[in-house]
Design a protein around this ligand. Structure first.
Ligand SMILES: NC(=O)c1ccc[n+]([C@@H]2O[C@H](COP(=O)([O-])OP(=O)(O)OC[C@H]3O[C@@H](n4cnc5c(N)ncnc54)[C@H](OP(=O)(O)O)[C@@H]3O)[C@@H](O)[C@H]2O)c1
Length: 400
């Protein structure tokens, strides 16, 4: 490869992020003409000439002049095949598809090695915030203790509206969709899966292991009620949807996505609307905070642009934590403190609380706050999700 590689880009997807990228690119004169073809799903009126568009992935993949594929589609199965084939054909790839990446991380790392290509995906986690590149390059030592953050712009936008502006949940969700923050399928955002997939990617670049998303406790905000909001307000908290990966003793790590009570003393307390915020905690430097727009066409397009320019300089992730540090193990054997709001006390038989610090029983709702083993929560979640309950972490944990 030459020192500054000339890129000839085949773009997949011309939706929120694809168009955002195109607009951001057109403000970057050096790269203005780099996109030679755009593959989309269906014929419709577009803001660009018809001759730029194609509808068959092979038109890009089999074009030997195209050396770079930028994958920005909303179908993770199809994205998997496109990204895999592009790498097998020796093309470098930029992707924003967190679901596809998180579900196939080990294979994606292997494909890069095998075919000596680079796959970059900064836009897949926290939109415009350069968190992956920083974890890989700056936090490339073993001082890292935890990465905690608001990783999903859409649910944060909804919580901001519901919590601070007293808007109804459904109304706030519709607004997030109208503004282009929400994914095509909103359950992806509000049930915590979007945050989960990002957390899986961040975990790879923080601690070097690809955790199976199906193994991780993931609970979202769709069951939040006025009762929960009032409880949090009375205690001086906000409720945020938080993803966290944390180093425990003996090279174990723990990760989960849960709504969390957040006090004024926390950096993420003031992260509102569609913004994301990531707190990186380390042994020598305590806490550092990265903040920025986590969704939307232009912010996400900027992260994609940054990956594209990084490819011009032949950049690739070295997966330093996986390659140079002793193996971490994913662990579910410690207890975290949760708030459980319920109405039917029968639900309590599923929860083996190790200790309870606070409880309340009212005419309609009741709650309990106590410690419970992470593995137990994972086990009962599919059952308890069918009931009218709400869970939130207090931020405390035991048995490190
Ligand atoms: N929206 C955000 O703020 C955001 C932030 C970070 C990451 N992301 C990620 O970025 C990706 C794109 O999201 P988006 O919001 O831009 O989606 P979107 O607005 O729904 O657009 C999706 C685009 O993909 C095209 N497409 C779908 N299936 C295709 C296929 N099989 N072959 C070719 N094109 C196909 C669609 O074609 P048509 O135009 O013909 O329908 C459309 O242009 C997703 O992975 C998402 O998770 C989004």
């Amino acid at each position: 490869m030459s020192k500054h590689q000339k890129l000839n880009i085949g773009l997949f997807g011309f939706g929120v992020v694809g168009q955002g990228l195109y607009e951001v690119l057109s403000q970057s004169p050096a790269l203005d003409k780099a996109i030679s073809k755009i593959c989309v799903k269906s014929k419709k009126n577009r803001s660009l000439p018809d001759k730029l568009f194609c509808y068959d992935a092979d038109d890009i993949l089999n074009d030997p002049k195209i050396n770079t594929v930028v994958e920005l589609i909303n179908d993770s199965e199809e994205a998997y095949h496109i990204v895999k084939r592009a790498m097998q054909l020796g093309k470098n790839v930029v992707s924003a598809n967190k679901k596809m990446l998180a579900e196939n991380l080990t294979e994606m790392v292997q494909l890069q090695k095998e075919h000596k290509v680079s796959l970059l995906y900064e836009a897949s986690a926290c939109g415009s915030i350069p968190v992956i590149r920083n974890l890989e390059e700056y936090y490339d030592n073993d001082l890292l203790l935890s990465v905690t953050g608001i990783l999903n712009g859409s649910s944060n936008y909804i919580l901001s509206q519901v919590f601070d502006k007293n808007q109804a949940y459904g109304e706030a969700l519709k607004e997030a969709q109208d503004k282009g923050f929400a994914e095509t399928d909103p359950t992806f955002d509000v049930e915590g899966y979007d945050s989960l997939f990002k957390l899986i990617i961040l975990t790879m670049h923080s601690f070097g292991i690809a955790v199976d998303p199906k193994e991780v406790l993931t609970y979202g905000i769709s069951n939040i009620s006025d009762f929960d909001i009032n409880y949090a307000r009375e205690k001086g908290f906000k409720i945020k949807l938080v993803g966290q990966v944390e180093r425990l003793r003996e090279n174990r790590i723990s990760l989960f996505v849960l709504p969390r009570f957040v006090g004024k003393d926390k950096y993420i307390y003031s992260v509102e609307e569609e913004f994301n915020g990531v707190v990186i905690k380390g042994l020598a430097y305590d806490k550092q905070f990265m903040f920025g727009k986590g969704a939307g066409g232009h912010p996400t397009g900027s992260a994609v642009l940054s990956d594209i320019t990084a490819l011009m300089h032949n950049y690739r992730y070295e997966y330093k934590k996986a390659n140079y540090f002793s193996g971490f193990q994913y662990s579910k054997d410690h207890a975290i403190e949760i708030y459980l709001r319920y109405s039917d006390a029968d639900i309590l038989r599923h929860f083996d609380f190790q200790s309870v610090s606070e409880e309340y029983k009212g005419p309609v709702f009741a709650y309990k706050i106590g410690f419970i083993q992470l593995s137990r929560l994972i086990e009962i979640l599919p059952v308890v999700k069918r009931h009218n309950i709400f869970l939130a972490a207090t931020g405390k944990s035991l048995n490190y």
